[in-house]
Design a protein around this ligand. Structure first.
Ligand SMILES: [Zn+2]
Length: 280
């Protein structure tokens, strides 16, 4: 017959108490993980205007973002920037770009010429285009047919020059209309976006404000730096925040520092994601 001595009994009770504490801690940990998962904040990082016309700034930006730890990056490639930088005429640039890609990066089609070829019709749209684009709102007023043709040709250029099939489309200066969005879906692209939303080709738009910088004039530069201090703190509270970086940002050491501040802050508050991970 087994006799339990008082010492053994207290030892056994101690073990039971430890097990209970561990079990409770485990339950609390799982509940915390579940709470975090339901409030997951994602960040999408993109580099606009990837073109041989801005080669040195493009690679300076890439190097900086990699050094900051950004790997899943959307690269917005322009097939023929301002009609003088057809990717197919720059094999060395294309080889360098392919070499710089990581498995987590995505290539997106970004306009065709990145230059508007027609005057926007209404005064309001003309004003918006002038304020936002310096005449680069290429897809702002395109018809369905013209947009379709330009998308088809753009995809062909990227296939020939880079051997890639872009997953989505971003209109220059984020200016597009409903006909362009239909053309994007019909071209087999999974999504397009504007400054406030991602538009999946199938499904509801996703509210996802984008933070970007302006560098065209000193006033705009300082204004966008001040705005970034605020939006850089607010946007990570959104379900999906986007940071849009332009090669021209790297003309200013102030913007370079601001980008580093935003990326570092967002890395501690959000999960860096790919577009596929946020689409329905
Ligand atoms: Zn652009």
């Amino acid at each position: 017959m087994l006799h339990t001595r008082p010492h053994d009994l207290s030892h056994a009770m101690e073990i039971t108490a430890v097990a209970k504490r561990r079990c409770l801690a485990r339950i609390l940990h799982i509940r915390r993980l579940m709470a975090n998962a339901s409030a997951l904040h994602r960040a999408l990082y993109s580099l606009h205007d990837v073109t041989p016309a801005k080669e040195s700034l493009v690679f300076e930006a890439l190097e900086h973002l990699r050094a900051l730890g950004v790997t899943g990056l959307a690269l917005l490639v322009v097939p023929d920037f301002h009609s003088h930088a057809d990717l197919r005429a720059y094999p060395a640039f294309c080889a360098r770009l392919r070499q710089a890609l990581t498995a987590d990066d995505e290539i997106l089609l970004h306009g065709y010429y990145h230059l508007a070829d027609a005057q926007p019709q209404s005064a309001g749209r003309r004003l918006a285009a002038a304020a936002l684009t310096a005449g680069e709102g290429e897809f702002h007023d395109l018809s369905y047919d013209t947009a379709s043709q330009r998308l088809t040709e753009g995809l062909q250029v990227l296939r020939e020059a880079l051997d890639v099939q872009p997953s989505g489309f971003v209109a220059p200066a984020w200016l597009q209309n409903a006909a362009v969005r239909r053309a994007v879906a019909d071209a087999g692209l999974a999504f397009c976006e504007d400054q406030l939303r991602i538009w999946p080709s199938h499904g509801q738009p996703i509210f996802s404000p984008a933070l970007s910088f302006a560098s065209r004039t000193p006033a705009r530069l300082w204004g966008s730096l001040a705005a970034a201090e605020i939006t850089g703190r607010l946007l990570p509270r959104q379900h999906v925040a986007r940071l849009a970086i332009h090669p021209n940002d790297y003309r200013s050491p102030h913007l370079r520092q601001a980008i580093a501040r935003v990326v570092t802050r967002w890395q501690s508050l959000t999960v860096a994601s790919r577009y596929q991970e946020v689409l329905p």
